[in-house]
Write a protein that binds this ligand. Structure first.
Ligand code: ADP
Ligand code: MG
Length: 390
């Protein structure tokens, strides 16, 4: 995406860029319903963070979204946006301050892309020049080419393009909160992964407070700063970071929901550049097979590295930087060790130790310099001492 670095700094609206969202013992009972759709649901999303709501079908995810923007009346509790109760707000005005993206998109079929994107600014009575400027900015922000698609109607777009326009429309008035209800649910897996990546890049730029609904736990892990897992009845089973939910699920329901492969999923949260890579051993090993050792980028996830290690014949991978320089080795054992360390109590620092094969432990020298280097030196020192039979 071609994003102007200052796309958000001025902010085309007077709203703050992102606002904290707090649900306080929120309950919802639909008319004629015996069991509430949501019962005393409480959680807080800090300003500028992405909270993913996951849970099985019927667990109240959509209901929660509609309560937040007051599309349906709340039965009990309170919802605060930027410290202010949404119940004190005029629902129409409130909705113009909350971007809403849904699976079936809800673009107006008889309006062009530009007109769709301009919906809320127009409702807010922005002058035409300001609307035009904002729409122009959003073409870039969502990665759609104006020269190619300008003037088209929603039916003339692919599903992925429509979804991008939906996101642009939701962001048009620079709202402090974005609600996204299974936005990529109807998109094929390849385009879905692409949209997820774009969303993450976009969020780096705009830093909105986002509530993102999905029933796909992998999407939740990839997208969320925090994940709220709901069970039937809108009951909050766990609210935590993806890493923490995978590391220690609160109960059997959460453990089942995140899946038996949660250990491997944890590796998807780690990039090779986050690991203390092994020093490449220059001398050829006696048992070295003739298989070429795969070279992989620093940005590769631990999960993909494990997969490659298990499916190639190589016992290690060479991790290379953008210039092709080798930064270190990664082995199955190293990944295993990292999981074990993460699983241990917080605060216990990893100690340098020699390893069975592939080299010694060194701190990956990070681009921010000194600390990483000093750590590396200490680690090498420690490793040398350990090896010399201390
Ligand atoms: P989810 O989005 O997690 O699939 P919903 O919020 O759509 O779940 O639904 C939660 C519960 O509320 C379900 O039992 C559903 O049948 C019920 N429900 C949703 N909308 C209505 C409605 N308009 N009237 C009555 N019950 C509803
Ligand atoms: Mg739903």
């Amino acid at each position: 995406m071609n994003i102007a670095a200052d796309a958000h700094t001025e902010g085309p609206s007077s709203y703050v860029r992102a606002a904290e969202l707090e649900l306080r013992e929120v309950s919802k009972r639909y008319p004629g319903q015996l069991i509430p759709a949501i019962e005393k649901l409480s959680f807080t999303v800090p300003a500028g963070e992405v909270c993913v709501l996951v849970g099985p079908s019927g667990s109240g995810k959509t209901t929660a979204m509609r309560l937040i923007n007051r599309m349906i009346p709340i039965s009990g509790g309170d919802i605060l946006l930027g410290g202010r109760s949404v119940l004190d707000r005029n629902p129409r005005e409130l909705r113009r301050e909350i971007g809403y993206v849904i699976q079936q998109i809800g673009l107006f079929p008889h309006r062009t892309i530009e007109e769709n994107i301009a919906t809320v600014p127009r409702l807010l009575g922005w002058p035409k020049a300001r609307i035009d400027a904002r729409v122009a900015e959003l073409w870039d922000l969502i990665g759609l080419r104006k020269d190619e698609l300008s003037g088209r109607y929603p039916a003339q777009l692919s599903g992925g393009q429509r979804q991008r326009v939906g996101v642009a429309r939701a962001l048009a008035a620079d709202p402090p909160l974005l609600l996204m209800d299974e936005p990529f649910g109807a998109i094929d897996p390849i385009n879905r992964a692409r949209l997820q990546d774009e969303f993450l890049r976009l969020q780096q730029q705009v830093r909105k407070t986002v509530v993102f609904v999905t029933h796909d736990i992998d999407e939740a892990i990839k997208i969320g700063d925090r994940i709220a897992i709901l069970r039937e009845g809108g009951d909050l089973a766990q609210y935590d970071t993806p890493a923490e939910i995978l590391r220690s699920p609160a109960d059997e329901f959460v453990a089942q929901f995140v899946g038996a492969d949660r250990g491997i999923k944890r590796l998807s949260l780690i990039a090779l550049e986050d690991l203390t890579l092994l020093v490449p051993d220059d001398s050829p090993r006696r048992d070295a097979p003739a298989t070429p050792v795969p070279r992989v980028p620093l940005t590769m996830s631990g999960r993909d590295a494990l997969s490659l290690l298990l499916t190639s014949r190589a016992t290690h991978l060479l991790v290379v930087d953008d210039d092709g320089a080798v930064r270190g080795n990664v082995t199955v054992e190293l990944l295993h060790r990292r999981l074990a360390e993460d699983g241990a109590a917080a605060g216990t620092s990893a100690r340098a130790e020699p390893t069975a094969g592939g080299g010694t432990w060194v701190g990956a020298v990070s681009s921010d310099g000194l600390d990483g280097k000093r750590q590396a030196a200490e680690d090498v020192d420690g490793a040398a001492k350990a090896r010399s039979g201390a």
